[in-house]
Write a new protein. Structure first.
Lengths: 527, 201
């Protein structure tokens, strides 16, 4: 039940005895019995007052004043204006249907010159919607020791620290937010559980100078969580970074491009480091300074499925020092070095159903569409070693002269046939043929990344379109048994959300017309 | 009528105060996330620390340390160190102040480095200092280790203070410090299982 604050005022006027009774009722039986109201905030209203009542005619002057008075189920409605205050939220809702909602009209800016814009301290069931938090000296929005917090449709810009810092946040949702130009990480999720980051945009975190680069979205020691449908670009380090024992993280259907340190090649689009049991599925990662997707140093048992990576400054998919990694059904095109790369003791991998074309062209580092070094072809276990499995991939070089198709066991093979002849049992069902892609530029464009517009930006024009043409040799040619999100998991959909049956090689099932990804409902069943 | 209401009010306050006092007996914890780069800007070092005492003995009793260290030359893609282990620490190694204003962690642990294939003996000398006031909340889950956030089955109150953390973690006898910069995030906390806390509007 919602009522205007004027109704609450009428109740209050009934007298002191009633007020005392209400207070005691709140103390002894919780806040859920209070009548939910809408409290108004408008510092542009000459009649505003921080002693209330917070009605539409006598609104609060500050958001903080309203925050101090809310009870479960209340809505705080904030009128357009600049509110240079730190809003500390210490009051909780009690359930999904009795949340406390802070809702901004268009044009509300909070936090300028303050340490923090919104600070959630040990609260539950609170939503902040539609605010712009700008120019804080440290974090834009911070939650600590909270649960069921939702931050949605808000923008955090020019934070002197992190854009959003979520410490020990459980069942929290960050949806359709725009985070840009934070000096520190745009979003830092530390000790979270069941955290959802969905939609919106993350860009321009950190500065492109030594010691000042920062990752976009950072999952630290966080479990059973997900990041989906976020556009992550032009951050000065990894776009999305999952590390430090984080597990059960689903990185799905994000668009990552143009992430770059600029002074050295080290920023990938998506990075999983020193952590296991995560799924990277259905993402588009292109024109990043380093690899499109990177699994580094103990990133064991992670699954990379149905992603599209192209024109990145290093590999399309790079697996290093990580065991039991599945790379299945991805489309990898025109990356500077080997398209799919397993090296540095990364055995027991599965590399299947991928399209990997025109990678490592003329590279002075590592050439090849698929590269598996000598330390990664097998775990050398005694008495029964487990090999890395490579099969059902479609590879091709538009101009093979002087190029390398595969590197296997650290030996170069210029053609698929040469590999098959030398290494029986590997890539038995491999295909070397022009894949039939809608738009795969060749020669490979020389320089990356694209321009650096100011965020929020319109989408950069796609540099390639790796959907299949109707006559593609990849159609219905994949191993359907490998079409899994993870061991024992559900069948993977493709990067556009299509059910894969029968299964095409690469990340995108052929369809005429192709489905609109924006209208689909997709899941890899994880996170 | 008014007298009865006031009596009820005072009783409620006494209950709340008692709950707060008991919460002070919970399990003390400290965590810290360190990230640093060497002078070249290439060698990244990550150190994750989570240490827990016991509810009965606080920091005076034996404690448990979850520690992970990784070091990678990001420019050359060369892995240098990767080690992770849960260690039991001797009594007194973890010393948190009762008001969570500060804590120290001093000890020596053995940890296997997956890169070199050798056991490393690390000497740890870290200090936490609270930077903010304590926040208490009824929580739905607790970090029981790195990558282990467990949903709690009983009412649980956690009190936390965001903190700074700094100090040294070195290979015994060596000069190189894995934590040359202050932690990028840290906290001091206390978890009281079986407790309730009245919070909210």
């Amino acid at each position: 039940m919602r009522n205007d604050i004027r109704d609450r005022s009428a109740v209050d006027r009934r007298g002191r005895h009633a007020a005392v009774a209400l207070a005691i009722a709140l103390m002894t039986s919780g806040a859920g019995t209070a009548v939910a109201v809408t409290r108004y905030v408008d510092n542009g209203n000459a009649a505003c007052s921080n002693v209330g009542p917070g009605s539409s005619t006598v609104p609060y002057c500050t958001i903080g004043a309203a925050a101090g008075q809310v009870v479960a189920g209340d809505t705080v409605q904030v009128s357009a204006g600049n509110y240079p205050e730190k809003v500390t939220i210490k009051k909780s809702g009690t359930s999904a249907s009795a949340r406390i909602l802070f809702r901004a009209d268009p044009g509300v800016t909070v936090g300028a010159g303050q340490t923090i814009g919104f600070d959630f301290s040990g609260v539950q069931w609170v939503t902040v919607s539609g605010f712009t938090v700008s120019g804080t000296t440290t974090d834009g929005i911070r939650t600590q020791l909270s649960s069921n917090v939702a931050i949605e449709k808000s923008r955090v810009q020019q934070a002197g620290g992190r854009g959003i810092y979520a410490k020990d946040c459980i069942d929290c949702v960050f949806e359709e937010n725009i985070l840009d130009h934070s000096l520190n990480y745009a979003m830092y999720i530390y000790n979270g559980s069941n955290v959802t980051v969905s939609g919106g945009e993350v860009s321009y975190s950190g500065l492109p100078t030594d010691g000042a680069t920062r990752k976009g979205v950072y999952f630290y020691n966080t479990v059973s969580s997900r990041i989906r449908n976020v556009k992550v670009h032009h951050n000065t380090d990894s776009g999305i970074y999952v590390t430090s024992s984080s597990t059960g993280i689903e990185v799905a259907r994000n668009i990552c491009y143009g992430n770059a340190r600029e002074y050295t090649r080290a920023a990938p689009g998506i990075e999983i480091r020193t952590t296991t049991g995560n799924t990277v599925w259905g993402n588009l990662s292109f024109a990043n300074e380093d690899s499109g997707i990177q699994l580094y140093t103990g990133a064991n048992a992670n699954w990379v499925t149905a992603n599209v990576t192209y024109l990145n400054g290093d590999h399309g998919i790079d697996v290093k020092g990580s065991t039991d990694v599945w790379v299945i059904g991805n489309s990898v095109y025109g990356n500077d070095t080997a398209g799919i790369n397993f090296e540095g003791t990364s055995p027991r991998g599965i590399i299947k159903n991928n399209i990997s074309v025109n990678n490592g062209i003329d590279s002075t580092r590592q050439r090849g569409n698929i590269r598996v070094d000598s330390s990664s072809i097998s775990d050398n276990a005694v008495p029964t070693p487990t090999p890395t499995l490579m099969d059902y991939n479609l590879v091709n070089l538009s101009n093979p002269s002087g190029q390398i198709m595969y590197i296997w066991d650290s030996k170069n093979y210029p053609t698929l046939q040469a590999l098959k002849k030398a290494v029986p049992g590997v890539e038995i069902n491999g295909i070397d043929a022009a894949p039939g892609l809608v738009n795969a530029p060749f020669p490979i464009p020389a320089d990356l990344p694209p321009s650096v517009p100011q965020a929020p930006s319109p989408p950069d024009p796609p540099l390639a379109d790796l959907r299949l043409t109707s006559n593609s040799v990849a159609i219905n040619q994949a191993d359907p048994s490998a079409n899994k999100c993870r061991p024992g998991g559900p069948d993977a959909q493709d990067a556009a959300g299509s059910v894969r049956s029968p299964v095409d090689r690469g990340a995108l099932e052929y369809s005429n017309p192709y489905p609109d990804p924006a209208t689909g409902s997709f899941s890899c069943g994880g996170g | 009528m008014r007298k009865h209401l006031l009596t009820a009010s005072m009783a409620a306050l006494v209950v709340l105060a008692a709950a707060g006092a008991e919460a002070g007996l919970g399990r003390p914890e400290a965590d810290a996330a360190f990230v640093s780069y060497d002078a070249s800007g290439c060698v990244a070092t990550q150190v994750d620390v989570l240490v827990r005492g016991t509810a009965a003995g606080g920091g005076a009793a034996a404690s448990r340390l979850d520690l992970a260290v990784s070091q990678l030359d990001e420019c050359r893609a060369v892995e240098l160190v990767r080690a992770k282990k849960r260690n039991k620490l001797a009594a007194g190694a973890f010393h948190p102040e009762s008001d969570l204003s500060a804590a120290t962690l001093k000890g020596e642990v053995s940890i296997f480095d997956n890169v070199s294939g050798k056991q490393l003996t690390l000497t740890i000398d870290l200090a936490w200092a609270a930077k903010e006031e304590a926040v208490a909340a009824a929580v739905k889950g607790v970090a029981e280790g790195l990558g282990e956030i467990t949903r709690v089955a009983v009412p649980t109150v956690r009190t936390m203070r965001l903190a700074g953390a700094s100090g040294t973690i070195k290979i015994k006898g060596g000069a190189s410090n894995f934590t040359p910069a202050a932690a990028v995030a840290a906290s001091l906390s206390r978890t009281s299982f079986g407790q309730r806390l009245n919070v909210g509007g």
